[in-house]
Design a protein around this ligand. Structure first.
Ligand code: SF4
Length: 374
C-alpha cells in the first residue's frame, strides 16, 4: 500500500537503527508528542530496539486523554437532558466521567449517537428541527478545522438547533507548559506531523530557541519515527536546537492556509484545562464572538460545572512523561480497558491503552509485533 508499506521496510529500518547507534554517545530523553506516534512506537517495539541511551517519553498528544473530567461531566449532563441528541466520535463514549460515561447515559434512555464526521451531526440537526443536536468537539489542531467548518455551515444555513461542545487544545502552549515544569526531563521533541500539516511549522522555532531543544516534525509509520529520532539525536549530539521537518510528504511550512483561515474565523484562543495537568494559558480554542450562539456550554448553562479528578488515576503524570503506564499501581489490575479509571486507558491513542494492548507489562517479553530488524 502506497505510503504505508515503504514506511515499514525492515531493511531501511535497520539502516536507520544503525545510523542512530553510530551517532549516539550519551543518554538523551526525547518526547513524542502525539498518541498516534506512541502507539506506533509501542506496537513495533521501536523504543526497545533503540540504543539504551535513548529514552522515548510519551507526551500529552492524545486528544481524548487530555479532555478534562469536567468537560466529560458537562457532556454527560447535556446528553441526559430531554430533547437532546448528543453526537460524538465513538472513542468518547467509554471515557469515564464522574460515576458514568456516555454509554451509561444511552442505556438510561439518552439519545447518544456515534457519528463519523461533525457534518453528520449537522445533518441530524436538519432532520430533527424539534431537537437540540450537540456535537462533542474535542482534539488538537487536527480535528478543530472540520468542527469549525461545521459551525460555519450551521450559521450559513441558519441551523439554530445545532451547537458544539468545545474542548479543543493547541500543541505549542503544551510544549511550553512541559518545558517550564521543574520536573521536565525532555531534551528534544518529535512534533506531531498531522498537527503541523494544518498549522505549519512557524509556531515552533521560537520554542526551539527559547528552550534550546530540537523539534523534529515527525510522521507515524516506523520509518517516520526512526527518521525523527535520527534527526533529533544528531542535533542533540551536535549541540543544535532547530526545527526540522522529517515529514515533508504531508507538512509544508505554511500548513494548510484554508484550514487556518477557518480556524481564525470561527475560534479564538483561550486558556484550557488539560486532564491531570491543569490549566495551560492560551492552550485552547473557544468559539469566537460571532459564533458564540452555537456554544453548547452557554446554551445548556453548564459552564459553571466543576469536578475533582480522582487521585487513583495518575494519567496526569503519564501525560507529562513523568510516569510510564505500567508504573501506575492500578495498571492492569483495577484499571483495564474494560474497567478504565482514566481516559489514557480508553482512548485508541492513549499510552496506558498502548501498554495494555501490546502487553507492555512490567517484566513482559518483547511485543509480538516488533519489526524484524536490529
Ligand atoms: S493505568 Fe489507569 S489509573 Fe493508571 S494512569 Fe493509566 S488510566 Fe490512570
Amino acid at each position: 500500500m502506497k505510503y504505508l508499506d515503504e514506511f515499514q521496510d525492515p531493511e531501511l529500518a535497520r539502516r536507520l537503527f544503525d545510523d542512530i547507534r553510530a551517532t549516539v554517545t550519551r543518554p538523551w530523553a526525547l518526547m513524542e508528542v502525539c498518541g498516534g506516534q506512541t502507539h506506533s512506537i509501542i506496537r513495533h517495539g521501536i523504543d526497545q530496539l533503540l540504543p539504551e541511551e535513548i529514552e522515548l517519553i510519551h507526551g500529552p498528544g492524545c486528544p481524548v486523554c487530555v479532555t478534562p473530567l469536567e468537560m466529560i461531566d458537562k457532556a454527560l449532563e447535556i446528553a441526559s437532558r430531554p430533547g437532546v441528541i448528543f453526537c460524538s466520535f465513538g472513542d468518547m463514549l467509554r471515557v469515564p466521567g464522574t460515576g458514568r460515561d456516555l454509554f451509561t447515559v444511552r442505556g438510561e434512555g439518552g439519545d447518544v449517537r456515534v457519528v463519523y464526521s461533525p457534518l453528520d451531526a449537522l445533518r441530524i440537526a436538519r432532520e430533527n428541527p424539534d431537537k437540540q443536536v450537540v456535537f462533542f468537539g474535542i482534539g488538537f489542531e487536527t480535528t478543530a478545522p472540520p468542527n469549525a467548518m461545521t459551525v460555519y455551515q450551521a450559521r450559513r444555513l441558519g441551523i439554530r438547533n445545532f451547537s458544539l461542545l468545545v474542548s479543543h487544545v493547541r500543541v505549542p502552549p503544551a510544549i511550553e507548559g512541559l518545558m517550564t515544569s521543574p520536573d521536565c526531563r525532555v531534551q528534544a521533541f518529535l512534533a506531531a506531523g498531522h498537527v503541523c500539516s494544518v498549522m505549519g511549522t512557524e509556531e515552533y522555532p521560537q520554542l526551539a530557541e527559547r528552550f534550546r531543544v530540537p523539534i523534529v516534525v515527525t510522521g507515524f509509520e516506523p520509518l517516520d519515527i526512526l527518521e525523527g529520532v535520527r534527526r533529533a539525536v544528531r542535533q542533540l549530539e551536535r549541540g543544535e536546537h532547530r526545527v526540522e521537518n522529517a515529514y515533508p510528504r504531508a507538512v509544508r511550512p505554511e500548513g494548510n492556509p484554508a484550514a487556518r483561515r477557518m480556524l481564525a474565523d470561527v475560534f479564538e484562543v483561550t486558556d484550557r484545562a488539560w486532564r491531570g495537568i491543569g490549566t495551560i494559558p492560551a492552550s485552547g480554542w473557544r468559539l469566537s464572538e460571532a459564533y458564540r450562539e452555537f456554544d453548547a456550554e452557554q446554551r445548556f448553562e453548564v459552564g459553571d460545572l466543576t469536578t475533582v479528578e480522582p487521585a487513583a488515576c495518575r494519567s496526569g503524570d503519564v501525560l507529562q512523561g513523568l510516569l510510564k503506564p505500567h508504573e501506575c499501581e492500578a495498571f492492569g489490575t483495577v484499571c483495564t480497558p474494560r474497567t478504565p479509571l482514566g481516559a489514557t486507558m480508553v482512548s485508541s491513542e492513549g499510552a496506558c491503552a498502548a501498554y495494555y494492548l501490546y502487553r507492555r507489562l512490567a517484566g513482559a517479553p518483547t511485543p509480538v509485533e516488533v519489526a524484524p530488524v536490529g
